[in-house]
Write a protein that binds this ligand. Structure first.
Ligand code: HAM
Length: 405
């Protein structure tokens, strides 16, 4: 948890630096809220049940719909854009495996009230800054536009259910099933080729030139121009991004941590409208959510997580008589703001040193009889073994200085 909290705090700090404020929404909501436009796969994976009053409720599979409901109910008259972020647990009834859990944690952000390349770029820049702040080095940001594939499929495939199936298979990169579906429904092979070419279009912004005249491609170029001004230059175009949730209307983006294998997607987001479904005016928004569990796995895989010792100092009395001094000393250290612990097991000096090392303490303070006679104690640097004698009344200040506080 120390590592996780550290990462979470760094991401929260980044959100504040981008002008985003935190919101908290309930863990469960009326099932309807998530059914309205989340899409078939999310609805199938929902933890939905009746409460004692017979109401259909669901544990949230994601937090975007809740934030927009909150916006419609309580924040719609506030000046726009609204910049909101959240951290919370989500629930999906999936097949659990490494990196795919039935309860998992998201940190996400929603920028509500605008639709233009600047807002999309701002949200992507925030997402990248959050991931970077975690210390993760090996990750890939892919940015696409849902309009490109959706309009192609919807124009050519009349049956909306078949169109939805096609988009779902592209999202899962399940091209074998896609090919089978085309055979089963006797759809044109030419269309399949066009879809496959589009789904595999990746690279720098120059790949957008091939789609000259496409509104979506022009829009994406604008987004990339603003990203460049923000100094975010490591995103690539990927027109194959479809996203598992149905509410997206424009720019969509994902971040992968390649070391994670099958469950490598650590972030997903894009622009959408949901407010009109909850009784509000249609308001455009852009947002994303980071899968915190996956970020922690990715950090562990690349060994980028810093060691997080829980203790600054461990106080050890030498002999029973010194115990009273040790307790008084540790109390002073704690009041001073140090993370301090004291021997509670009446251990010998050598066992205490072993314990202090395994607890990860940076310093040990040895309270011995002869030093105490002159109100001094010994401070031992646990990594170098170096020892020095300091005055017992100033030992907290001395250790704070050594720690660089
Ligand atoms: P999502 O792509 O469904 O998007 O989820 C976001 C992230 O949550 C994923 O990229 C993944 O890292 C993590 N995640 C999803 N399911 C699991 C799971 N079963 N176990 C572990 N991690 C998981 C959304 O939820 C949208 N609400 C994002 C968004 C916000 N779009 C606009 N605003």
């Amino acid at each position: 948890m120390a590592g996780r909290r550290h990462v979470e705090q760094r991401m929260r700090d980044v959100c504040s630096r981008f002008g985003f404020g935190e919101v908290v929404t309930p863990t469960f909501e009326s099932s309807e809220l998530f059914k309205l436009r989340s899409g078939q796969s999310v609805v199938e994976e929902m933890y939905a049940f009746k409460d004692k009053g017979g109401r259909e409720i669901a544990l949230r599979p994601e937090i975007t719909a809740s934030v927009i409901r909150f916006f419609v109910n309580d924040m719609s008259t506030m000046p726009k854009p609204l910049k909101l972020y959240y951290v919370g647990n989500c629930f999906r009834y999936e097949n659990p495996q490494s990196g795919r859990y039935r309860e998992f944690f998201q940190l996400g952000a929603e920028l509500v009230g605008a639709k233009n390349p600047e807002t999309d770029a701002e949200v992507i820049a925030l997402a990248v800054a959050c991931i970077r702040s975690s210390g993760l080095e090996d990750f890939k940001v892919r940015v696409g536009h849902i309009g490109v594939l959706k309009s192609l499929v919807r124009e050519e495939v009349e049956d909306p259910e078949t169109a939805a199936d096609i988009l779902r298979m592209i999202d899962k990169e399940d091209f074998d099933s896609l090919s089978d579906l085309f055979d089963a429904r006797t759809l044109s092979r030419k269309l399949l080729d066009r879809i496959m070419t589009m789904a595999e279009t990746r690279g720098g912004t120059e790949v957008l030139d091939a789609l000259d005249g496409s509104e979506s491609a022009g829009y994406l170029k604008e987004v990339f121009r603003v990203l460049e001004l923000y100094g975010v230059d490591d995103c690539e175009v990927d027109l194959g991004i479809v996203r598992g949730l149905d509410y997206y209307t424009g720019m969509v983006f994902e971040v992968d941590a390649p070391r994670l294998g099958a469950e490598k997607q650590i972030l997903g987001g894009g622009s959408y409208t949901l407010s009109e479904l909850f009784g509000g005016e249609p308001v455009f928004s852009t947002g994303f959510a980071i899968g915190l569990d996956r970020v922690m796995l990715a950090l562990a895989a690349e060994k980028s997580l810093p060691e997080m010792p829980l203790l600054d100092v461990y106080v050890m009395p030498v002999g029973d008589e010194m115990r009273k001094y040790a307790f008084a000393l540790v109390a002073k250290m704690r009041a001073h703001g140090l993370r301090a612990d004291v021997d509670l097991m009446r251990r010998s000096m050598s066992k205490n040193l072993k314990y202090a090392a395994s607890a990860g303490a940076r310093y040990a303070v040895i309270v011995g009889k002869s030093e105490m006679a002159e109100r001094a104690v010994t401070v031992r640097d646990m990594s170098s073994g170096e020892q020095r004698k300091v005055h017992a009344d100033t030992v907290s200040e001395d250790i704070s200085k050594l720690l660089g506080h």
